[in-house]
Ligand binder design. Structure first.
Ligand code: KIV
Ligand code: NA
Length: 269
């Protein structure tokens, strides 16, 4: 593929080959997935994954912009989507537009993602009508951890209809895709069949129109905890620790640096 897809291209993938996506927060990580992922998300998970925050509630616009710029520099053929952080869009449609426009202008992202279903539908429609493509995010919405009361599966039993209504509301509002986080498999499949926009699953179902994971989770770099929906495709955290132990041994044994890493007293002729 020569150029990055646009939101309409993502939308057109509804029901087709599953969309591939990951988060990224830095230039080298973005380069690693450029052209493999259809879109790359600068997730507000950056707060927990790279900054050691206890939740995503403390993530700021400045953090998102800094990491968004870094990721932008690493991408040529994947679309960039950026999360709106907690407190930057919930107050009013105008506040949401101002901050979404700033995120896009300063980072070069092609779309924003925000958390919420029916309660955010008006805001989504307002942004889309003014040139801002929006990816929605329903089910487990980590920015609401303090009212949800834990990272629990969302939409079981009586709550299933509410989640379907959320999915329909964000699709009707003009979102070009919706993330389903930690929602039951059957319900995720029902929603995927029900709405005309791609569903992007994380802890949802292989039947979704695409999948997303936090890259540090799937590489085994983030090891503070592992959600059930995370599959570690590599164990870079363990590998890194072993490498650091090997380095420490070589330093203490004076076997590093070796002859190939040091400089002669005389400049070579
Ligand atoms: O912040 C994030 O990483 C996300 C994805 C897990 C969807 O929102
Ligand atoms: Na997020």
């Amino acid at each position: 593929r020569k150029s990055a897809p646009m939101p309409q291209d993502i939308l057109a993938r509804k029901g087709g080959t599953p969309l591939v996506s990951l988060t990224a927060y830095t230039t080298p990580m973005a380069q690693m997935m450029d052209g493999i992922c259809d879109f790359v998300l600068v997730g507000d998970s950056v707060g927990m994954v790279l900054h050691g925050l206890p939740s995503t509630v403390g993530v700021t616009m400045e953090m998102m912009i800094l990491h968004g710029k870094a990721v932008r520099r690493g991408l040529t053929t994947s679309m960039l989507v950026i999360d709106m952080p907690f407190g930057s869009y919930e107050e009013s449609r105008e506040q949401a537009f101002r901050n979404a426009a700033r995120l896009m202008a300063e980072t070069g992202a092609g779309a924003v993602k925000l958390e919420g279903g029916r309660e955010m539908a008006e805001t989504i429609a307002f942004l889309v009508a003014r040139g801002i493509p929006v990816m929605a995010h329903i089910g487990l919405t980590p920015q609401s951890i303090n009212t949800l009361g834990g990272y629990k599966v969302q939409g079981r039993g009586e709550a299933a209809q509410g989640l379907k209504d959320d999915a329909q509301a964000v699709a009707d509002a003009g979102a070009f895709a919706v993330v389903l986080e930690k929602t039951p498999e059957g319900l995720s499949n029902d929603i995927t069949a029900q709405i005309p926009i791609p569903t992007i699953g994380i802890g949802a179902s292989a039947g979704c129109d695409g999948q997303i994971l936090v890259v540090d989770d799937m590489l085994g770099l983030f090891t503070a905890f592992k959600a059930k929906f995370v599959k570690r495709f590599a164990h870079l955290g363990d590998d890194g620790r072993k490498a650091i132990e090997a380095y420490a041994e070589e330093v203490k044994a004076r076997s590093f640096p070796g002859p190939e890493h040091v400089f002669a007293d005389e400049a070579p002729k």
